[in-house]
Design a binder for this molecule. Structure first.
Ligand code: T3D
Length: 282
């Protein structure tokens, strides 16, 4: 639908900033906002090795550029991402098998870990269908906002695989074991609205609203205390593996570090002076 397609136009709006030239993605940095658009629309933005390499390069730029305070991930055309390009996996029965473990080690694992480790919020605007590793790539992001026409499909079971790219980690944590099993065993299409109701994603909006709501979110995150947001992200990730005493210790340590920082001073000064804060970024 036209509304969801305009997520791409939103992604391209920032062309006055820095625009890197790639073949399989669009990538810009402007006003503290990095926008990465998967751009193989005729293959529903499925991943081949070249797209993986470009995404890795773009994420390295985000990591290295202190001006970037928030990252947007979205897709061009009518889909968000259909996971692995199965055209590259067209194996005939009896032929030499492809080592999928090597593919995960080379591509999908670094991608998911890279997004999770970025010390800034990653927003995913799901503009259309998100299937296979494409669905779980979205779940690896920090704030997922989807167009009403979008959907999430754990398509792996249809081709004899398991949910990868963190699917078996994120799904039960986000929606509980019963729903995780249903999604993974059946591979049915989960409409974005239901995904939001289940707590799989942050928000579902009308297609035409996706670019507007996404831009607002990005602008707000780009003006926030990036160091504080990075600490929130790290603490919430750590809570998945911590018992309460360890988590309380982590909160203490992070709070101590943040309390010694400029953003905390500025935040409190702005509150007392009844003015908006001017955070300096990372
Ligand atoms: O292999 C490894 O390295 C291990 C890691 C694996 C990770 C994975 O992601 S495995 C799972 C791979 N993905 C899938 O199984 C999803 C396959 N796609 C679909 O099931 C459907 O396309 C969708 C449900 C996503 C969308 O359906 P629909 O009806 O809206 O669109 P469509 O007609 O199926 O697709 C449109 C075009 O995109 C079509 O091409 P055509 O006929 O117009 O020339 C279709 O072949 C192509 N396409 C869609 N998904 C993929 C794809 N081409 C290559 N690879 C795809 N994954």
């Amino acid at each position: 639908p036209e509304g969801a397609h305009s997520a791409l136009r939103a992604a391209g709006r920032a062309l006055k900033g820095v625009r890197m030239s790639y073949e399989n993605i669009l990538f810009t940095i402007d006003a503290g906002i990095a926008r990465l658009t998967l751009n193989r629309p005729d293959r529903l933005n499925s991943f081949n090795d070249a797209m993986h390499a470009e995404v890795r390069d773009a994420l390295a730029r985000v990591k290295a550029d202190p001006s970037v305070r928030v990252l947007l991930l979205t897709g061009a055309g009518r889909g968000f991402c259909a996971g692995q390009d199965l055209g590259d996996r067209a194996v005939a029965p009896g032929s030499e098998p492809v080592d999928l473990g090597a593919s995960i080690d080379r591509n999908y694992k670094p991608l998911v870990l890279g997004l999770r480790a970025l010390p800034l919020p990653v927003v995913c605007a799901v503009n259309g269908v998100a299937a296979g590793a494409g669905a779980n790539l979205a779940l690896a992001c920090d704030l997922v906002i989807a167009a009403k026409s979008a959907s999430f499909i754990q398509a792996f079971c249809k081709i004899g695989l398991i949910p990868d790219s963190g699917g078996t980690y994120f799904l039960p944590r986000l929606v509980g074991t019963a729903r995780a099993l249903g999604l993974a065993l059946l591979g049915d299409k989960l409409p974005a609205e239901q995904a939001a109701q289940w707590g799989l994603i942050w928000q579902c909006v009308d297609d035409a609203e996706l670019p507007v709501v996404t831009d607002k979110l990005l602008a707000s995150l780009a003006q926030a205390s990036t160091r504080g947001l990075a600490a929130i992200k790290a603490a919430l990730q750590a809570s998945a593996g911590n018992l309460l005493p360890a988590q309380l210790d982590l909160e203490r340590d992070l709070q101590r570090a943040l309390g010694n920082g400029d953003d905390y001073c500025e935040g409190v000064a702005a509150f007392v002076a009844k003015r908006p804060p001017r955070f300096t970024g990372r």
